[in-house]
Design a protein around this ligand. Structure first.
Ligand code: ATP
Ligand code: ZN
Length: 226
């Protein structure tokens, strides 16, 4: 069991699409930090709220393990890891606390441009490449479609051209990457944006008070943006 902490710890992406907007949003809540030399940790100065700079994929696990209290991560990553836990009969260990309004995209099934799309049943017996196997498997089951899910950690959209898959299930924002690979989106699994992820239960004692303060300021900052 980890020793009780009296500081709040928030995981954000070290580099990538969500890194700068996440830090800017937290800064707009009045937080300031002193960054460690290795750029992995930011020590909170105005409030005892520290940042851990990590890969986005690690954020749900850090919350599940209690290493961090909160994280800023795409709903797509959070939902995939939660669906993965459920598929392995594990209890949910994190949840979405707030939608943050940036990093908007959607998780979609895309097929070769030449296909005339007649609906999910068309995927029966096909192989679909994705980095989101749990979400895709759940969606296929909901649709009553038996298709093969092929896990790829990256470059999913080139899989059909390489003959590795018939279709893909991937993150889409403008659709430009799909079009460049002669693919078209045909079904949306869900809409995503950056979220504040946190524990399933409320925090207690000192960190609970800090979390309440952070959420009040965050809600104020989010209202100012809309
Ligand atoms: P890391 O090195 O942290 O693992 P990554 O390459 O997995 O980074 P990014 O490409 O920086 O992640 O994307 C982070 C998040 O940004 C995605 O999980 C998604 O929620 C969101 N996002 C918004 N638009 C897009 C897009 N067009 N393509 C991919 N992700 C997008
Ligand atoms: Zn990642």
């Amino acid at each position: 069991v980890a020793p009780a902490r009296d500081r709040l710890r928030i995981a954000i992406q070290k580099s990538g699409r969500l890194a700068d907007p996440a830090r800017a949003l937290l800064a707009s809540c009045g937080l300031t930090w002193r960054e460690s030399r290795d750029r992995l940790f930011c020590y909170g100065e105005t409030l005892p709220i520290d940042l851990l700079l990590v890969r986005d994929d690690d954020i749900p696990g850090l919350i599940a393990d209690g290493v961090c209290d909160f994280g800023v991560v795409g709903r797509n990553v959070l939902a995939e890891q939660d669906a993965g836990r459920v598929a392995h009969d594990q209890a949910s260990a994190f949840r979405e606390w707030r939608a943050l309004g940036f990093g908007k995209c959607r998780l979609a099934v895309a097929v070769p441009e030449g296909w005339s799309w007649q609906g999910p049943a068309q995927l029966s017996g096909m192989r679909v490449a994705t980095s989101y196997p749990a979400l895709l498997s759940r969606w296929l089951a909901d649709q009553g479609v038996a298709a093969e899910v092929a896990f790829l950690s990256g470059s999913v959209e080139i899989a059909p051209r390489l003959g590795q898959a018939d279709a893909v299930c991937d993150i889409v924002s403008s659709g430009g990457t799909l079009a460049a690979n002669q693919l078209k989106p045909v079904a949306t699994l869900f809409e995503s944006e950056a979220v504040l992820a946190g524990p399933v239960a409320e925090l207690d004692a000192i960190r609970g008070e800090l979390a309440a303060l952070l959420l009040r300021r965050l809600d104020g900052a989010l209202r100012m943006r809309h």
